[in-house]
Design a protein around this ligand. Sequence first.
Ligand code: ATP
Ligand code: MG
Length: 243
Amino acid sequence: MIPKDHPRYRSLVARERLARCAREGIVAPEGLAAHGRGEAFDYLIGERTTESAALAERTAAAMLLAARHAVISVNGNTAALAAAEIAALQRASGADAEVNLFHRTEERIERITRLLTEHGVRVLTGTPERIVPLSHDRALCLPQGIGDADVVLVPLEDGDRCAALREMGKTVITVDLNPLSRTARTATLTIVDEVTRAIPAITAACSTLEAGEAERLVASLDNTYLLRAAIDEMRERLAHALE
Ligand code: ATP
Ligand code: MG
């Protein structure tokens, strides 16, 4: 039992959940390392949603709602950490959800699909095809899912896949605590926030966007500005860390 008053309570709960999901074959061992990288950046940003991240989250809601066909691409870490949150975002935005893995096995796809379904996510199923311009199994996605989407929300994505989705002409929204990653720099819109804070914030924004706000947010989207703002936050915190 993790004591509720522990200063790193949320972080410890997340670790415990990821470790359990790794034992159950939902999270890949490599996913644990990826989470550690995310944690380090979360520490630097103060484990909170910054103003620029909140702006990115509202913009993401606007883009999902305006999409012809929005798809949320879910991997093992995202499913382990935020299955119920994905279900709520799906209800609020009408987006489809597709399981898409870097370390792809049919068994993991099935396990993740089951976990998501238990939490109320409607998961697309079907026969994947080699559609994404990448080698090997990383090219696989559903033709009626990511293959057809104009807007894809891919939390915790790999840089190569993010770039390949952009090459296909898709609008890519990512959630990535590392503003320096290739994913963060390649996506159309990067939310530098922890996935369990980011997804509920997008969901909340879906129902609170005001008339005309969505169009304004999309028209003024500047991802370089958002990444710079995240780096500035981290630099500020580091500069005053020992005061
Ligand atoms: P890239 O391939 O984009 O250059 P990378 O190789 O550094 O990035 P990956 O392992 O491909 O990183 O992807 C994991 C990314 O997800 C990391 O940048 C990490 O900071 C981020 N990340 C991990 N856990 C979380 C989380 N819970 N919330 C938000 N971001 C996270
Ligand atoms: Mg990578």
